[in-house]
Design a protein around this ligand. Sequence first.
Ligand code: PLP
Length: 316
Amino acid sequence: MIRLSGLLARHSGLHRVFLANSGAEANEGAIKLARKWGAKHRDGAYEIITMDHGFHGRTLATMAASGKPQWEQLYAPKVAGFVKVPLNDLDAVAAAITSKTVAVMLEPIQGEAGVFEATTPFLRGLRELTRERGLLLILDEIQTGIGRTGRLFGFEHAAITPDIMTLAKGLGGGVPLAALVAHRDVCCFEYGDQGGTFCGNPLMAAAGCAVIEEVTKPGFLARVVQAGDHLANRLSALSHKHGLGEVRGLGLLLALDLRQDIATEVVDLARARGLLINGPRPDSLRFMPALTVTNDEIDRMIEILDGVLSVNGANP
Ligand code: PLP
């Protein structure tokens, strides 16, 4: 636990780490930390500004923090204290700040929404705005972190550092492991404020150490960038061939716009041919292969997808 925390702190530029079991749990911790910080330093401010279509997990608070329209009415009453604004609209964030606001929370790339990037000017603008107004910036790097975008953390593309970051998914390389990582100046948790039976257990922490050590080896992330470029190029060619839309995303977190609501059929047909992909929107496919994927494997995947799209009649 100490070794993994040290690795995360060293590579992120942050200082305090709490290990958890799932992304939602790490985000709950981030929300609790922000609220405690607001109680201590901002006169009880507790509201967190989050993004429309954002996704932060399936617990009650993280569902309320998420901006999924389908969740609006579910499991009422909702956890209060989350104010939604459109992604990449800095003026909307500024206009939403009140004396009750304590933080802004978002994903560097909205994964579940369909792979939509927070732009670099938006992230930099948010960093400046939150500093100016004395608010915390919380980045949910659960999907983007640990090399997925070609950098260890998604925020590196914008050359900013958040006050609080959450990690999960790739951190465990397949085992249940998550982390809440915070700057020392904002980490006001005291012993017992956050905890759980399996939090920081040595088996998962050892897996996390192995993942970080592997992903930070010289050349590993450069290879992710190359594989991402290869996948993006192959997807663009496929899109051109079948008259589809844009390829968006970074590194090995990409989406292909199908221009029609055929994602479910394409996903099912692909699965029948041995290819696992998903459709985060009715009109988009998302691609998140293992970071160790080879160009040959990408080519095989494109071949299967090409066959599926031809059968599906996406070709106008
Ligand atoms: N935040 C983001 C950005 C995610 O993509 C996810 C998972 O899909 C979560 C939070 C929730 O993580 P978990 O499923 O580990 O609770």
